[in-house]
Ligand binder design. Structure first.
Ligand code: AGP
Length: 613
């Protein structure tokens, strides 16, 4: 997620903005920049890499002003570079913009503007905003921004200044956080609380559709139609560390709760359920190639590998493409049979996992087309793959992967639907149905997360000493990989041994393990074709004294008799259910880890990215 800081007042904007951006470094970024207005002229400094590079620029040629905006960029459109770093201006360099979010229709808007011979300096979606504001500017910056926002589709937190009106910042918010810091004779804007805490604890949290005009003395909030909107001032009591975690106790919990938004950010601009349309701008595979794909290998490690296992069900069911999934460290040494019609998909949150990178290079050496599902723009894997579909999850700070996993599931789900349609294996009606199922997931997860405490209560029961030995996680079909993922989460966070198993395999050995001291977590989805089989497996485990924890659809009343510990989740179609069933398992692992006093965000022996073999 990008970081935004703005200032207008009696002190030095450059100093306040730079320090504010440093407070937002934890959000992750690949470039930074700052724009100020001096004597009604814009001055812009931008740099790639760490903020210290921008700091060095500012130290070399110190500048100061009483108004400015700054930005740390987490690249989504356009590689990390100085040209793509924010702030962005219009061709006359009178309007300057910083942006967090995704403008879905920026290509369409660029093409329209290009017809007006507007040259663009960057590959970003953001630059088009500066051009539009300038186009609409008739001596009223607020009105020009309101007209511009009418043309934008997507998400944005915006900070805008203009050399024609050097005493004001215009900011706007749609599906990306933006806060106003209220000072005395000075006012601030920021993406997040930590940037403002050193200067004020009085903050206004903008809502979707808010547009604010801010000067040193005044804050006016309106909507796109110029109606006044009233927003209260909140006094924030957090300390800086709490603020970085948005008030959550750990980054992992914050990232679990971010998933409704990160899933939405990952499908935003790529799926249109009502039209039955998928549009993945970054994937340049000809339709003929998609129709001719003979088979797919999906390769990854750990949680990313589990996302690959889910993708097998999607590529085979939706697109009818034979799909094999492999652990990267196995794939790279077993001389897989590959040919030019084999498509290789590598999945990696960090884009730096050594085994996954090596698997990608092996695939390319065999002449295979390659696609990366990746969360980090400019990472090795994203640069070396021929195509990349980015999961727009923002930096994942917790070592245990949560929001990146559901972002990966979202990406492969969209790819499978797109290819199923292009290969004539899905009707448009079916496509619209499955797209709608995905569209509704963020709201269903938000609904479920309101009851997260129910999961904490179950964790309290099982985190006690007598249950600390082993857990068994059972699932079938597309939720078998979720049983594996749930077990991995518990292992890596609470150091309790846990094993994920295909429920149908229980009788082939693991059932010997089951007794009163073994908790069994079972995922059972009512609308699944293996529902009754799953119920039988649960009965078998119960008959041997196992303590069952069920994850099941909330209107599945018959399941209530099967266990005293049930985590009810909103009902979803089976193919999209992994995005839902994994959430309670993430929470179960998180709360268990906290109750056992483990280091949730940095579990022992683990690294966020395994860049060595
Ligand atoms: C997941 O919780 C783990 N942190 C780990 O398995 C991780 O998924 C694996 O190392 C792959 O990392 P990547 O997605 O960055 O390639």
């Amino acid at each position: 997620m990008c970081g935004i800081v703005g200032y207008v007042g009696k002190n030095n904007a450059v100093d306040i903005i730079f320090k504010g951006l440093k407070k937002l470094e934890y959000r992750g970024y690949d470039s930074a920049g700052i724009a100020i207005i001096i004597d009604k002229k814009l001055e812009i400094k931008r740099s790639v890499g760490k903020l210290c590079n921008l700091g060095a620029m500012l130290d070399k040629n110190p500048i100061s002003a009483d108004i400015g905006i700054g930005h740390t960029r987490w690249a989504t459109h356009g590689r990390p570079s100085e040209e793509n770093a924010h702030p962005h201006t219009d061709p006359t360099k009178s309007v300057v913009v910083v942006h967090n979010g995704i403008i879905e229709n920026y290509i369409e808007l660029r093409n329209k503007l290009k017809k007006g011979i507007q040259e663009f300096q960057s590959e970003t979606d953001t630059e088009v905003i500066a051009h539009l504001v300038k186009k609409h500017y008739k001596n009223n910056l607020l009105s020009a921004v309101q007209k511009t926002l009418c043309e934008l589709k997507g998400s944005y937190a915006l900070g805008i200044v203009c050399s024609e009106e050097p005493d004001k910042i215009i900011c706007a918010r749609q599906d990306a956080p933006l806060i106003i810091g209220v000072g005395k004779g000075e006012n601030f804007i920021a993406s997040d609380i930590p940037a403002l805490l050193p200067y004020t604890r009085n903050m206004i949290f903008l809502e979707n559709g808010d547009i604010a005009e801010i000067t040193a003395e005044k804050i006016i909030i309106k909507d796109i139609k110029n109606n006044i909107r009233n927003r209260g001032v909140k006094n924030i009591r957090w300390d800086a560390v709490q603020a970085e975690k948005d008030g959550y106790k750990h980054f992992m919990l914050k990232e679990i709760f971010e998933q409704p938004r990160t899933i939405e950010d990952t499908f935003r601009g790529r799926i249109y359920p009502d039209e039955g349309r998928v549009y993945i701008e970054e994937i340049e595979l000809e339709e003929k190639y998609i129709k001719d794909i003979s088979n797919i290998y999906v390769v990854g490690c750990g949680t990313a590998y589990h996302a690959g296992l889910v993708s097998k069900f999607l590529f085979e069911s939706f697109a009818k493409i034979p799909t094999e999934v492999d652990i990267a460290s196995e794939f790279r040494y077993r001389e897989p049979i590959l040919n030019e019609k084999t498509l290789i998909i590598v999945i990696s949150q960090s884009g730096e996992t050594a085994d996954t990178l090596a698997a990608l290079r092996l695939a390319r050496s065999k002449g295979c087309r390659t696609i990366a599902v990746c969360n980090v723009v400019g990472s090795s894997i994203s640069r070396e793959a021929m195509n990349v579909i980015y999961t727009h999850c923002g930096p994942e700070i917790g070592v245990a992967s949560t929001k990146a996993f559901t972002g990966q599931l979202t990406a492969v789900y969209i790819l499978a639907l797109d290819w199923g349609c292009k290969r004539g294996k899905l009707t448009n009606k079916e496509l619209r149905k499955y797209l709608k199922e995905l569209w509704e997931i963020p709201l269903k997860i938000s609904e479920f997360l309101k009851n997260a405490n129910d999961v904490c209560n179950i964790a309290k029961i099982f985190a006690q000493k007598k249950h600390k030995r082993d857990f068994l996680y059972l699932g079938r079909h597309i939720n078998y990989p979720i049983a594996l993922e749930g077990a991995l989460k518990l292992k890596e966070l609470s150091y309790i041994h846990a094993e994920g198993y295909a429920a149908g395999e229980m009788k082939h050995g693991p059932i010997a393990l089951i007794d009163e001291s073994m908790p069994i977590v079972a995922i059972v989805i009512k609308k699944s074709k293996v529902y009754t089989k799953m119920i039988s497996n649960i009965e078998e485990a119960k008959a041997r004294g196992g303590t069952i924890i069920l994850v099941s659809d909330k209107n599945n009343k018959e399941i209530a008799a099967k266990s005293e510990h049930i985590i009810y989740i909103p009902q979803t179609d089976e193919f999209v259910s992994p995005l839902m069933t994994v959430i309670p398992l993430q929470l179960l692992a998180y709360y268990t880890s906290v109750l056992l006093g483990c280091d949730v965000d940095q579990p022992r022996n683990l690294a966020k990215s395994v860049t060595v073999e």
